[in-house]
Design a protein around this ligand. Structure first.
Ligand code: SF4
Ligand code: SF4
Length: 135
């Protein structure tokens, strides 16, 4: 089975963001999505809301669906969307980012921080208008 990229988006941000730029980064293999083979699949979920505890049951559901379809966890990469990881025009970084990451990793999945990289936000980080990106 081909690789599967799962993007976790911030529930607060998804109230106002369609996730288009995350999809675009995946489709164009840009930002934090550069290295994936052409046949890689893509899906998006949200974190389940603050404090992020709701992500566990979603990842458990993903685990079950993968097992039922003979898919391996090793073929799955989970990205925390950029708006979870760093300051952007929607909001400050998620205060529960590390908790989300550890909760997902605890179930044996690889986690990458970031998806779409905005040129404007990168410039604002360089100018000190936005906080520096801390992984
Ligand atoms: S990274 Fe950008 S496009 Fe993706 S969910 Fe966050 S705000 Fe939306
Ligand atoms: S836990 Fe973080 S990612 Fe989820 S809704 Fe709250 S701020 Fe957003």
């Amino acid at each position: 089975m081909s690789k599967l990229v799962v993007i976790v988006q911030c529930e607060l941000v998804t109230r106002r963001c369609s996730g288009y730029n995350c999809m675009k980064a995946f489709t164009q293999r840009s930002g934090k999505m550069e290295a994936y083979p052409a046949d890689t699949r893509y899906m998006a979920i949200n974190c389940g809301g603050c404090c992020g505890a709701g992500i566990d049951v979603k990842i458990e559901n993903l685990e079950k669906r993968l097992a039922a379809n003979d898919e391996k966890k090793e073929d799955v990469v989970i990205h925390l969307s950029t708006c979870i990881c760093t300051e952007n025009h929607h909001r400050l970084p998620c205060p529960f980012k590390n908790y989300l990451k550890k909760t997902i990793e605890r179930r044996g999945f690889s986690v990458i921080e970031g998806t779409y990289i905005s040129k404007t936000a990168t410039q604002r980080r360089a100018e000190g208008i936005y906080q520096a990106w801390k992984e």
